[in-house]
Design a protein around this ligand. Sequence first.
Ligand SMILES: *[C@@H]1O[C@H](CO)[C@@H](O)[C@H](O)[C@H]1NC(C)=O
Ligand SMILES: *[C@@H]1O[C@H](CO)[C@@H](O)[C@H](O)[C@H]1NC(C)=O
Ligand SMILES: *[C@@H]1O[C@H](CO)[C@@H](O)[C@H](O)[C@H]1NC(C)=O
Ligand SMILES: *[C@@H]1O[C@H](CO)[C@@H](O)[C@H](O)[C@H]1NC(C)=O
Ligand SMILES: *[C@@H]1O[C@H](CO)[C@@H](O)[C@H](O)[C@H]1NC(C)=O
Ligand SMILES: *[C@@H]1O[C@H](CO)[C@@H](O)[C@H](O)[C@H]1NC(C)=O
Ligand SMILES: *[C@@H]1O[C@H](CO)[C@@H](O)[C@H](O)[C@H]1NC(C)=O
Ligand SMILES: *[C@@H]1O[C@H](CO)[C@@H](O)[C@H](O)[C@H]1NC(C)=O
Ligand SMILES: *[C@@H]1O[C@H](CO)[C@@H](O)[C@H](O)[C@H]1NC(C)=O
Ligand SMILES: *[C@@H]1O[C@H](CO)[C@@H](O)[C@H](O)[C@H]1NC(C)=O
Length: 572
Amino acid sequence: NVLLSGTHTHCGPAGYFQFTLFMISSKGYIKSAIQPLVNGIVKSIDRAHSQMRPGRIFRSRGDLEDSSLNRSPHSYLNNPEDERLRYKSNTDKQMTVLKFTDLDGDGIGMISWFAVHAVSMNYTNRMVSSDNMGFASYLLEQDKNPGELPGQGGFVAGFSSSNLGDVSPNTRGPHCVNTGLPCDYLNSSCPVGGTKMCQAFGPGNDMFESTKIIGHNIYRKAKELYANAVEELTGFLHSAHQWVNMTDVTVQINNTHTVRTCKPALGHSFAAGTIDGGGDLNFTQGAVDGDPFWDGIRDALVGAPSNETQECHHPKPILFSTGEMNWPLPWHPQIVDVQIITIGSVAVVAVPGEITTMSGRRLREAVKQAFRDTEVVIAGLSNMYTHYITTYEEYQVQRYEGASTIYGPHTLSAYIQKYRGLARAIAQDQVSELPVGPQPPFFTKNLFNLLPAASVDGKPANASFGDVLQQVYPVYRQRDKTFVTVEIYNNVTESWEVVHTDASWETRFHWLKGSNRRSNATVEWFIPLTAPNASYRIRHFGHHKQMNGLQPVITPYEGVSDIFRVAASFYY
Ligand SMILES: *[C@@H]1O[C@H](CO)[C@@H](O)[C@H](O)[C@H]1NC(C)=O
Ligand SMILES: *[C@@H]1O[C@H](CO)[C@@H](O)[C@H](O)[C@H]1NC(C)=O
Ligand SMILES: *[C@@H]1O[C@H](CO)[C@@H](O)[C@H](O)[C@H]1NC(C)=O
Ligand SMILES: *[C@@H]1O[C@H](CO)[C@@H](O)[C@H](O)[C@H]1NC(C)=O
Ligand SMILES: *[C@@H]1O[C@H](CO)[C@@H](O)[C@H](O)[C@H]1NC(C)=O
Ligand SMILES: *[C@@H]1O[C@H](CO)[C@@H](O)[C@H](O)[C@H]1NC(C)=O
Ligand SMILES: *[C@@H]1O[C@H](CO)[C@@H](O)[C@H](O)[C@H]1NC(C)=O
Ligand SMILES: *[C@@H]1O[C@H](CO)[C@@H](O)[C@H](O)[C@H]1NC(C)=O
Ligand SMILES: *[C@@H]1O[C@H](CO)[C@@H](O)[C@H](O)[C@H]1NC(C)=O
Ligand SMILES: *[C@@H]1O[C@H](CO)[C@@H](O)[C@H](O)[C@H]1NC(C)=O
């Protein structure tokens, strides 16, 4: 009955997922990336479990406009017209909120689902960020835990992924950044510069502002729904889980025909990327013909796909036949989790991938049929990651999402069949009779790591680690943008108190790698207008590595700025 669902960010550490494809960008399996993730997740579950007490749950629902758009409308339009006519938009605008209170009615937390990609931050950002969804969570937790630092305080605000597969937060949409003209509608490429030049922007003027606006919109809506949640959830909790070999599912599509899922494979248009970040090479979205040049390179480097896999994935031209690539470990998972948790009249469908708008609607409808008066929500990016899930019709168009639907054109039909089975088992109280399914592998051998160990850190002879290179000015006004610290001097207790950490939206921490193994850190503090008139300082903490003979020694250091004042801005 544990469900792990990612809030989704593209701005985090990598190297924690044991299938080869996912270890390429991080040059291997990075233990120092996975350990804190596992520790943090386990700790949060432990903490929640140890604080378990009776409470009540309320539900609320509403629409959030102006915060999402469909990034593959051409694929969406390939869905049957009568189906499309049942919906007023090509993305789901609905947000569902569950409000948790104790028996006195005091709020202790909330969870919400809304379908939008967390890619307001684009791939030029090098700072760890939880993107728009994380910012929404940050804002609501700051609201409910006044005076607490990020991640502290009793109230937990969870913002979950949903059917966001084809949904972008970059609401000004795509255009060619080199010419200002619209991108090609079918393949999202530009006459000069191709895919890379076709970028979606907005609603802000840069990625920070866009993250802030979308995150704020999501926060505002969730806060409103939380405040108005009065419909109480009653009844039982149920959980049904199965492992499924997704390469091996047969689906009866009508009285006479069955179809099958395929071994995993990625199409050519996977390498094109999307309007939220295009690929570097000359791939475009919507490719249904291979490219002899790239096919030749593929055959030489990783091998050609088998005829069976090619036929199974038709019309996808296969770029990587990952289901047939097993060195040094399988490139993609075969065994995935399917899971449904019901909380009274809400069913949470945990999907192991990024499912498109229309696919999510079909899945919700199929699950709903098994229950009476139940609201079905999709929790995307849950438990396992298998890229995208499109409808059969969207798949035919082979834009990025279709090319990344790795188990072939009938992937969605297979999932619908499996989730319908889970839903019926719950509805008929037969969960214990569900087969567990084949156990997924857990790899302990062949985990490679090509990332060299961090080298020793250097410094000029006359300097110490932690030296302040550029001092602060003695006084700042709130409207000046500059480098700052984040501790306030409390004259009553005569001590320094932390007002912001690196998790605060108000701060940015840049690590700048230089030559001669020297690196600098820059701290920025965007001083809020509400910052009290007081004395402040900025501190920076780090570690440097040196050799003691043949032994590397890692030593902590800290740097502290001079004390400075923030004074009210009378002069504006
Ligand atoms: C994209 O599609 C347009 C037609 O809509 C075509 O002219 C153009 O060549 C295509 N671009 C690429 C790179 O395939
Ligand atoms: C990313 O956002 C920055 C602004 O914050 C912009 O300058 C840059 O062009 C964007 N890059 C892409 C690939 O969208
Ligand atoms: C999944 O099914 C395929 C096709 O039947 C089979 O070859 C493969 O061994 C199965 N995978 C696992 C991990 O059981
Ligand atoms: C069943 O589906 C197949 C494949 O889509 C189709 O060719 C056939 O006509 C369908 N049969 C019926 C009875 O609908
Ligand atoms: C991509 O570039 C290669 C090498 O220049 C070329 O052979 C190939 O035709 C190009 N493909 C497309 C779709 O433009
Ligand atoms: C795959 O199909 C092609 C074309 O039909 C054929 O020439 C080739 O021998 C087949 N390869 C295998 C391994 O069956
Ligand atoms: C170290 O010495 C150099 C050259 O004499 C000088 O420019 C620099 O300011 C010194 N740095 C520190 C931190 O004292
Ligand atoms: C706090 O104390 C410092 C040092 O004693 C003093 O300079 C400053 O004016 C005091 N600030 C306030 C807001 O009282
Ligand atoms: C670090 O700061 C020093 C002194 O300001 C400067 O000379 C050097 O170029 C900086 N290095 C990096 C990587 O920014
Ligand atoms: C800020 O605090 C200083 C020191 O206590 C005081 O002199 C100054 O008038 C204060 N400014 C404002 C705007 O309150």
